[in-house]
Design a protein around this ligand. Structure first.
Ligand SMILES: *Cc1c(COP(=O)(O)O)cnc(C)c1O
Length: 403
């Protein structure tokens, strides 16, 4: 199968940099990007890495050097992308629920903008008229994704301009002579079925003829990867064939570029989160393995009921027993209920797989614990790309009366 970091290397990294620690495999990120390029095999299609999944500058640079573009969800992500060396024309800012000042700032930085509300589009039209091309995010009213919390295109979702408001959208575009060059949808995360994208495309095909300046259609991200051994995942090769066929079949859509914004697909599987077992606790019903982490470092299991594979890399040959793996935070922070694992002993290293996307990025200092370190492995060589917090980090920005 695909590239993986060896247990020996993960152990070495844990020894050298301590735990908990996030480890990323640059070769895996490159491999995923190449899979996309190979599957689509046309310069009609552009990929923008949805960087909110993992924004460490070193990771952004890996993707930039591969030729990937970048999708940002805040003005600060736009600034990180510029800092990492992306050119403004390769940076997409897909905003939602933001103040108009942020859109003005993005415009002044020269990046590509997708606007998510009629209200901001109107302000944009008033200020910039036809002088700066812009895209809009639509809400296609399609339910997609692995969990309601990560579904963004359904008919109660806050995201995008609802397609039933097409007439209002057209009116704003006409009134200010807006150069509407891109239509965007992003229906959710963990989409395993290529046909969901075809449904979105069908909705867009009805809207495309209304906007003569269109140059591209942006189908968002949300490509599902496997979290469990036998998890279904989105078949990229099938997606490529189906999407390209759909656009070829319509005279009006053949000239359009097709954009995607994968986050998880590019950086989920590259990530390993290494923790150490602090305490074992036997109770009448349960054996708890308490690790030196919690939802302050990896919140996906608690927030989205997400499943992460766990490996005991210290005792891989141990007899299989069931453990409930918990953290050390004063909340119920259970990573896994009754999970079969090779016998766990205090001090063993437990590794959470698929920890690259929305892992470190969603971490916090809750319970005044330090955020973990981050290590990047490139061509087999590890290097520290973020130091673990130290005590001063907890006090930074606090205003302390010393009298
Ligand atoms: C989060 C997000 C993505 C990426 O989603 P993944 O599930 O990580 O692929 C893409 N586009 C937009 C607009 C997003 O908000």
């Amino acid at each position: 199968m695909a590239t993986e970091l060896s247990t020996a290397l993960l152990q070495q990294i844990a020894n050298e940099y301590g735990t908990p620690v996030y480890v990323y495999d640059a070769d895996k990120i490159k491999e995923q990007y190449k899979r996309l390029i190979t599957a689509f095999n046309t310069d009609k299609v552009r990929f923008f890495y949805a960087c909110k999944a993992l924004t460490n500058i070193n990771i952004l640079k890996v993707l930039k050097n591969e030729g990937c573009n970048i999708d940002c969800s805040s003005i600060n992500e736009v600034k990180l992308a510029l800092y990492a060396g992306f050119e403004p024309k390769n940076i997409l800012y897909t905003s939602n629920g933001i103040g108009f000042e942020e859109i003005e700032e993005a415009q002044s930085l020269g990046v590509i903008i997708n606007i998510d509300s009629l209200s901001n589009l109107e302000k944009f039209g008033k200020k910039f008229g036809n002088s700066y091309p812009v895209g809009v995010r639509l809400r296609p009213n399609i339910l997609a994704g692995g969990h309601l919390k990560i579904s963004t295109g359904h008919d109660k979702s806050k995201f995008g301009i609802p397609v039933e408001q097409l007439d209002l959208l057209k009116a704003v575009v006409q009134q200010y002579d807006i150069q509407l060059t891109n239509l965007h949808i992003h229906t959710g995360s963990d989409i395993k079925d290529a046909d969901i994208f075809l449904k979105g495309i069908a909705v867009l095909f009805d809207i495309i003829p209304h906007f003569p300046h269109l140059k591209s259609v942006d189908l968002g991200g949300g490509f599902k990867v496997a979290y469990k051994e036998d998890d279904p995942y989105l078949n990229i090769e099938e997606l490529a064939v189906k999407v390209l066929q759909a656009f070829e079949a319509h005279e009006r859509t053949r000239h359009l570029q097709i954009w995607f914004e994968p986050g998880k697909f590019l950086v989920s599987e590259c990530g390993y989160f290494i923790t150490k077992v602090n305490v074992l606790k036997e109770t009448a019903t349960t054996t708890f393995a308490g690790v030196n982490s919690g939802f302050n470092h990896l919140i996906r299991p608690m927030f989205y009921d997400a499943y992460h594979r766990i490996e005991n890399i210290t005792n891989p040959q141990g007899a299989i027993k069931e453990y409930t793996v918990t953290g050390n935070i004063c909340e119920t922070d259970t990573f896994a209920w009754s999970r079969p694992l090779p016998e766990v002993r205090e001090g063993d290293l437990l590794v959470f797989r698929n920890a690259g996307a929305y892992g470190f990025e969603m971490s916090s200092n809750y319970n005044s614990r330090f955020k973990p370190a981050e290590v990047l492995v490139e061509s087999g060589k590890p290097r520290l790309i973020r130091k673990r917090d130290v005590f001063e980090d907890l006090l930074r920005n606090q205003i302390i009366d010393t009298e």
